[in-house]
Design a protein around this ligand. Structure first.
Ligand SMILES: [Zn+2]
Length: 240
């Protein structure tokens, strides 16, 4: 079994969603869909905005800095410790799975706290980078650095994309938690598993487009449902 997680898990840690009621983009307007092209056109300006965020980005950063993992994140780590979940693929960029202690973690949309070289794909912590001259350059290959968060219009980094497909190819079950899995390429992963005859287990307070493909739907928030799932697995194992 592998897990696929999304924004629902972050919302339960106090991070505002992008769309829907109270969503950042609902209130501030949709961001441009060509973010990556804009970054490439003027990386120095993009870095200035990044280092001195305003408006929606400022709000998002303060929410990210204040957020802590919730019982849903901790339950996924327990499922990994119990050898039930082999890998967690997340669409979230908030670093909370990492803070909670997930070991085999694939951040398909990147990690907002990391910086990535668009040339050699190496990732760095912020304090490893010299921002004296913008845009900063890669300590390894001198290539252009950007946030590890995958921008609109930017290809998913090849290393993480390959690792996600590899995990999905070997999985016969996927736990889909806190995501309606509508954004590609992540959305293709559960569909591929279902088409191969694998099982999908969905944890979502509301029915999603994926629900008809799921063998089991557990209606509720991830913070409420996943800890119960951990307890059930533990009880079941103890009785064997
Ligand atoms: Zn590099």
């Amino acid at each position: 079994m592998i897990a696929l997680t999304g924004a629902g898990l972050s919302v339960e840690s106090g991070i505002p969603p992008f769309r829907g009621p109270g969503g950042i983009w609902t209130r501030y307007g949709e961001p441009p869909m060509d973010g990556y092209q804009r970054f490439l056109a003027d990386p120095a300006k993009a870095w200035e905005e990044r280092l001195n965020p305003s408006g929606p980005m400022r709000e998002l950063w303060s929410a990210l800095n204040a957020a802590a993992p919730n019982p849903g994140h901790h339950a996924l780590v327990e499922l990994e410790d119990m050898d039930v979940v082999r890998a967690t693929i997340t669409q979230n960029v908030d670093n909370l799975h990492r803070i909670a202690g997930s070991r085999r973690l694939l951040e398909i949309h990147g990690n907002a706290t990391l910086i990535r070289c668009i040339q050699c794909v190496a990732r760095f912590e912020r304090d490893e980078i010299d921002f004296a001259v913008l845009p900063p350059s890669c300590p390894r290959c001198n290539g252009l650095l950007k946030s590890d968060t995958v921008s609109f219009g930017e290809p998913i980094p090849p290393d993480v994309l390959e690792a996600c497909s590899g995990e999905a190819d070997r999985a016969d079950c996927m736990l889909v938690a806190g995501t309606s899995a509508t954004v590609y390429p992540a959305a293709g992963l559960p569909i591929a598993i279902a088409e191969r005859g694998g099982d999908l287990i969905e944890v979502n307070p509301y029915p999603s487009d994926l629900s008809p493909l799921c063998r089991i739907t557990l209606a509720g928030t991830t913070a409420a449902v996943l800890p119960v799932l951990v307890e059930r697995v533990r009880t079941l194992r103890a009785s064997l």
